[in-house]
Design a protein around this ligand. Sequence first.
Ligand SMILES: [Zn+2]
Length: 290
Amino acid sequence: MRSRAALFLLVACWTNLPGQFASAPPEWNRPVEPFRVVGNVYYVGASDVSAFLITTPQGHILVDTGFTETVPLIVSGVQKLGFRMEDIRILLATHAHYDHAGGVAEVKARTKARFLVNPAEVEPFSRGGKGDFAFGDTYAFPPSKPDGVLRDGGEVRVGGVVVTAHFTPGHTKGCTSYTTTVREGRHSYRVAMVSSVTAPGYQLVNNLKYPEIVEDFQATFAKLRALPCDIFLAGHSWEFGLPEKLKALRNGASGNPFVDSEGYRRWVEKSEAAFRKQLEDQRGKPARNP
Ligand SMILES: [Zn+2]
């Protein structure tokens, strides 16, 4: 009996063990006053990890949830903007890494939203990021079983709003970027919310865990180059210059500082150049696979 009690305690402690899931670096999860980016698209994320709320009269769409620790910021942001978490009907994610999807399970529990993912990301989300082809179990987050799958070029429709999924694999096998068109006054803006395209420490050559990684990245960059984009948004705030643009917005800039198709093009070019350099550096060197 004593040993059974001890075993129970051990299991109970293990399942609640701090560190079972990777924690957010505090400097990446500083609060940001929520704001309207354009039309019905709002920023409800943290300082370094994005979360975008797209509102409609028939319910809302949330793209990304940041870290597990970002969820309270999202909840307070949604409320401050005058919306309700329980009206979020669709939950989307750019990819199954802890800094973009750490809060998925919590947001799902609070909203009952349908969580739709790239088919290649079903397993990674269900495993809570464990077994990542590059990071293994290091950046685990609370697992969440998706409610359905997206298709490349497929549309998600809520209350007259259409969000299109664009599969942009490489950073993960199921990375997905999203676009929607927003009308504001007499203007129409094509909004792009793009997933990460970096290869941090990745083995690009002869990667047995992701043999098609180079082809995937190349196809992704070709796709992103062709993607129409007026309003450039991404998974990390520094990628689309959130601090500078938000400052300009709050200082009463004449136009919307987030209208930045040039900044988007530069980001795609810079990202692709970094990828090519990494690939060239690795080519000709012996593979690290056992
Ligand atoms: Zn990532």
